[in-house]
Design a protein around this ligand. Structure first.
Ligand code: NAG
Ligand code: NAG
Length: 134
């Protein structure tokens, strides 16, 4: 019992000390507005979020092709990314895209529609993201 507790504490210290520096830059979100009280379908949403930028599934690790706006749609679920700076091009990795969505869900609830600003998602500035039913 005692040993297990001590082991746990050391394990957590280890995880904190070594995991943090290895992590990719954390995506931060702001202006989160929850736009509905009804959660959308979990699976459909996961498919839709990978349709952004013409598809970032599998080995594609970032939003490619520098689009100025993009939609990720599956069934009745839709994500859109739009740069805050006019004419700016989207430049966001899959990791940061998924982190930003998680951060917005942490505010609104899992799969609750939102609008939010993702910090630094474009070449010059931030991007506005909307998630909702199409
Ligand atoms: C981005 O979102 C912010 C906050 O909601 C808003 O003030 C701004 O007008 C939006 N910009 C664009 C280009 O949609
Ligand atoms: C896109 O972002 C990556 C990583 O942050 C950066 O190295 C690259 O230069 C950016 N591309 C453009 C066109 O800004």
């Amino acid at each position: 019992m005692h040993f297990a507790t001590i082991f746990y504490v050391f394990a957590m210290l280890f995880v904190c000390a070594f995991a943090a520096p290895l992590q990719v830059r954390q995506e931060t979100v702001s202006n989160v507005v929850c736009t509905s009280k009804t959660a959308l379908d979990f699976h459909t949403s996961n498919v839709a979020l990978l349709q952004i930028c013409g598809g970032i599934a599998g080995s594609i690790e970032k939003c490619e092709g520098s689009p100025t706006s993009t939609v990720g749609k599956s069934g009745n679920v839709q994500f859109t990314i739009k740069p805050v700076v006019k004419g700016d091009t989207i430049n966001i990795s899959k990791g940061r895209w998924e982190q930003g969505i998680k951060a917005a869900f942490a505010v609104c609830g899992q799969n609750i529609p939102f609008t939010a600003t993702f910090t630094g998602g474009a070449t010059k500035g931030d991007v506005n993201v909307t998630y909702g039913s199409a």
